[in-house]
Design a protein around this ligand. Sequence first.
Ligand SMILES: *[C@@H]1O[C@H](CO)[C@@H](O)[C@H](O)[C@H]1NC(C)=O
Ligand SMILES: *[C@@H]1O[C@H](CO)[C@@H](O)[C@H](O)[C@H]1NC(C)=O
Ligand SMILES: *[C@@H]1O[C@H](CO)[C@@H](O)[C@H](O)[C@H]1NC(C)=O
Ligand SMILES: *[C@@H]1O[C@H](CO)[C@@H](O)[C@H](O)[C@H]1NC(C)=O
Length: 398
Amino acid sequence: MYCQEMLLLACLLLLLGGQPPLTSTTTTTTLVAAMTIANQDLERYFRPANATHSYTSIGEERLTMDFYNFAFLNWSYVDSQNIIREIEFSEEKARYGEGRVLNVTGRLIHISTADDISDDFACTPYIRGTLGMPLPEKGVSWIALVRRGRCTFEDKVKHVHQYNAAGVIIYNDKQVMQLEKMQIKNKNRNIAAVITYQAIGLELASTVDKGINVTISIIEGRRGVRSVSSLNRTSVLFVSISFIVLMIISLVWLIFYYIQRFRYMQAKDQQSRNLCSVTKKAIMKIPTKTGKMTDEKDMDSDCCAICIESYKPADIIRILPCKHEFHKNCIDPWLIEHRTCPMCKLDVLKFYGYVVGDQIYQTPSPQHNAPSAAATTAAAAAAAAATTTTATATGRVS
Ligand SMILES: *[C@@H]1O[C@H](CO)[C@@H](O)[C@H](O)[C@H]1NC(C)=O
Ligand SMILES: *[C@@H]1O[C@H](CO)[C@@H](O)[C@H](O)[C@H]1NC(C)=O
Ligand SMILES: *[C@@H]1O[C@H](CO)[C@@H](O)[C@H](O)[C@H]1NC(C)=O
Ligand SMILES: *[C@@H]1O[C@H](CO)[C@@H](O)[C@H](O)[C@H]1NC(C)=O
């Protein structure tokens, strides 16, 4: 039994592959979502790599490789007590974009625009120096401080480069855990472009805005190649989501199947119990007699067809409505199981009107009342005859 269930489960799982109407919607959405992630990743790693590094690897490897290059930011200024303050970080706090990797030192300029001194996005070509002051003349090494956002990194770098900035520090407009790589296409510009954290950018901006001259250095730090597992992660994610969806669908199917099956079994059980009780009632109506009348010459009915034993005078014999006779002990279990005469297949329940069509009645159905009443009277008559025969039989025996 258990084995059979397991087989069924296996079949069900196999069948699920070919069950489009129920499963298609969920599966499709998953597919689309997963593909979107994959596309983003692909786009990121298929970008023209010649802007990043001259030593490009073979096309395939670009998918899983990420070139990184971090930068130190050290700065110094003279504070109000005429003390030189130097700020150095023990680890890199900035990351180069995809342009050139250069070491530069210069005066820090917090970018503003001609219209708005608080606009430090450098998204227009009309940029000014700290708090709207003019930018340093050509020949002075200066580094621009620009806020991230509103336009592309490419535009920001282009705008500060046209005023001969040696470098540009773009600071994040929100807090991030990791520095992303800026995409800057033109690697021939002689400018060091790095991105840094929001906190550092704001600190620099507030220092410069106080009118303090800050000298800052961008120094090349760690560099390397890291294999990127996000593509692998995507496929793993896709596979696991598909698997989970499949599991859920099969589970739902299994539960559905077992509920159906349970209900069917219950209905069947109820029906067979009904049938059993009705059959018992019907059997009560079938007349019996005792012994076999010796004057009956019918040799066929001389022995019980079920146990193949001849009737003895003391045996209780049941006479079915079709006039076939059997031992009561033999025919009763048979009738409870089969409900028909073993010889001519006459349906006892139908005869007495307990079953009409597929309907089972606890009492004989109305349209069968008349014939069954007749049968009852006939049975009563037979019973009377039986008692007389019993009387005679016993009389004879005694
Ligand atoms: C910048 O900081 C690094 C790390 O502390 C240090 O090695 C380097 O000499 C500093 N450079 C300047 C110009 O201060
Ligand atoms: C920048 O400076 C560091 C330390 O002084 C040095 O190791 C590195 O090679 C320099 N990078 C470039 C591109 O000059
Ligand atoms: C990358 O290289 C190709 C061919 O070498 C060139 O056509 C393309 O313009 C380059 N892209 C960038 C952004 O420099
Ligand atoms: C900052 O540097 C500029 C140009 O070198 C100079 O004119 C200005 O006086 C300096 N400001 C301070 C506060 O040292």
